[in-house]
Design a protein around this ligand. Structure first.
Ligand code: DNO
Length: 397
């Protein structure tokens, strides 16, 4: 029977989690990117080979690139964007020449994933990542002072945001500074870091780009790169927006069932695929994840398994992998079936992990602790094994 290929993300030689820890966690594959290469530049074969060799000498395989970043000029159709698309294609050709044939990327303007608290303490003392719309509103309206920000929130939220900020300013315990850093400095994997002024200016440069235009620019990008991906057998896997809705007035076009349908239909070719990220998609209650596996299964080339707990105010935090709003057991069951149908193992990584045990004392990348991810991977692996056994049992009866 085909099984999920268990992978973990490794940020390269500067990652505080060594490859040996990933191997001890039971993963066989690595998800990595050349973060040191400037965004937009070609990934040269020599650099790809170097990273590949490092991974292989630790007894692991480089399974997936996450991410090959899409330059802002491509998203906005500005400056040298046609040249940048050519560079992107060349990077795909080079990756294929080195045998790395699954590439994750995203099309989120300016910011990649966003959270407002990286050390949200759970009753056990474990720490998790959390997102609060109130903190986003306070930052946007009163700290970033984006023009028109106030129009994007309802009056009650604006008032609440004002008193939230007043309260944390009174406490004077560094909470405001922490919030600013959390949003501006970018989470691991994000390509850019901004100052407040830079972010405000860059957001303004998106003033004339709404969701229709951004979706059109994504289509243009796909029309250019998918034929190359097909020719060199590279499976492209677009990552959903995280969280899956507009932030700071910026358009987001990879958030819903209809977005994926549009993307797939645009270039209906198996190499035009998706990263099925449960934790990102699952934040929206109108995203039916099981339905998405059923309808887009042929295009799922990479899987991120993570859970969340959300409340009626739109707050969410990253919960235990098997405990939260995402029906993880049913999802794994569907993925087991999908792999048998496609006669293919799909790469999966436990997406993020809590800060627990010794990692509470260590400085690791937010969400990318060794022990929290090890725990997530072990639980997910156990569920998959049990489901496979049960399916085998019933098919033999
Ligand atoms: C966060 C990640 C994202 C992801 C990119 C993919 O943990 O899931 O940073 O890597 O959005 O392009």
């Amino acid at each position: 029977m085909f099984s999920l290929c268990q992978t973990m993300r490794w940020y390269g030689p500067n990652d505080p989690v060594p490859l040996s820890s990933i191997q001890q966690a039971g993963a066989t594959g690595i998800v990595s990117a050349l973060h040191h290469v400037e965004n937009g530049a070609i990934w040269e074969i020599s650099e790809i080979e170097k990273r590949k060799k490092t991974i292989e000498s630790a007894g692991l395989t480089w399974e997936v690139v996450e991410s090959l970043p899409v330059h802002e000029n491509i998203k906005t159709h500005s400056g040298n964007y046609t040249e940048l698309i050519e560079n992107y294609k060349q990077s795909l050709i080079n990756l294929s020449a080195c045998g790395i044939k699954t590439v994750c990327y995203n099309f989120m303007p300016l910011l990649d994933w966003v959270r407002t608290n990286l050390v949200y303490e759970l009753p056990s003392g474990a720490k998790a990542l959390r997102f609060e719309p109130l903190a986003i509103a306070a930052f946007d309206i009163f700290i970033l002072k984006r023009s028109k920000a106030i129009d994007d929130y309802d009056a009650n939220l604006v008032a609440e945001a004002k008193s939230y900020l007043k309260k944390i300013r009174q406490k004077d315990n560094g909470e405001e500074k922490k919030l600013i850093e959390t949003i501006l400095l970018g989470l691991p994997g994000s390509e850019e870091k901004f100052t407040l002024d830079e972010l405000r200016d860059r957001i303004e440069s998106y003033e004339h780009i709404d969701t229709t235009i951004l979706a059109k620019n994504l289509n243009t990008f796909l029309n250019h790169i998918i034929p190359t991906a097909e020719k060199y057998d590279v499976h492209m896997a677009i990552h959903p927006d995280d969280p899956p809705f507009s932030i700071f007035g910026l358009p987001r076009v990879v958030s819903t069932y209809d977005d994926f349908k549009r993307i797939i239909n645009n270039t209906n070719n198996n190499h035009n695929g998706i990263t099925f990220c449960t934790g990102s998609l699952g934040v929206r209650t109108d995203n039916d994840l099981i339905n998405m596996i059923q309808d887009f299964g042929e295009h799922i080339h990479f899987i991120h398994l993570r859970n969340i707990k959300r409340d009626s105010k739109g707050n969410f935090y990253e919960s235990e992998h098997l405990d939260g709003a995402i029906p993880m057991i049913e999802i794994i069951k569907q993925l087991v079936k999908l792999q048998q149908k496609r006669k293919k193992s799909l790469p999966m990584r436990p997406d993020h992990g809590h800060q627990i045990l010794d990692d509470l004392k260590k400085d690791t990348y937010p969400g990318y602790t060794a022990i929290g991810r090890l725990k997530g991977l072990a639980e997910l692996r156990g569920v998959e094994l049990a489901i496979k056994e049960m399916l085998l049992d019933t098919s033999q009866k």
